[in-house]
Write a protein that binds this ligand. Structure first.
Ligand SMILES: [Cu+2]
Length: 194
């Protein structure tokens, strides 16, 4: 029993700073938001081509590691991956399509909770119908609370990284949306239903 708790303790400590993998679908039409990621040192980013067009992952940023860059890639599903070991803010782009660009922010001592929050985006925060939620770490479900902290809606995301919720059935007012990740991390944000 003593051994069990020792192992559990180590496991828990490791979990909060575990190496994580972030997936970006690299394709024409990707937004800067979708192409940008905040990671901890030691984390891996994988770019997977999402269309048939030729692309590169490259950077001329002085902060980019010297070995960073995919070279020419083509073919749906092709991947390029890089492990970021040093803190930096790196502008990168596709050498073929100038509009495909993003920012890799590499930070030291970022917890998994902070990474979840940093890589979750939601818009618009004032809406009468659609609320888009994108997350680089897989999300599982959501709950929506009204100003009296009553749960008025909940559901499971059909897509772990990009979902559009229809909030048109809510009455006008302020709501808190709680998003739960596959790893059971939670974060909340406010929206206004018009
Ligand atoms: Cu491209």
């Amino acid at each position: 029993m003593k051994l069990f708790f020792t192992i559990l303790g180590i496991g828990t400590g490791t979990f909060s700073q575990a190496q994580q993998t972030f997936n970006i679908t690299w394709m024409m039409g990707i937004t800067v938001e979708q192409a940008s990621v905040t990671v901890n040192t030691g984390d891996i980013v994988i770019w997977t081509l999402g269309d048939g067009a030729p692309h590169t992952v490259q950077s001329e940023d002085a902060d980019a590691p010297g070995t960073f860059g995919s070279g020419p890639m083509q073919g749906n599903g092709q991947t390029y991956q890089f492990t970021f070991n040093d803190p930096a803010v790196i502008d990168y782009h596709c050498g073929v399509h100038g509009s495909m660009q993003g920012v890799i922010t590499v930070v030291e001592a970022l917890s998994v909770e902070e990474k979840f929050v940093a890589n979750l985006k939601y818009y618009p925060t004032v809406t009468n119908s659609d609320l888009t939620i994108t997350s680089l770490l897989p999300v599982e479900r959501y709950e929506i609370y009204d100003a009296q902290v009553r749960k008025v809606a909940e559901g499971v995301f059909s897509n772990a990284n990009h979902s559009v919720l229809d909030v048109s059935a809510l009455s006008t007012g302020v709501y808190v949306v709680t998003v739960v990740s596959k790893d059971q991390l939670k974060t909340s944000f406010k929206i206004v239903k018009e």
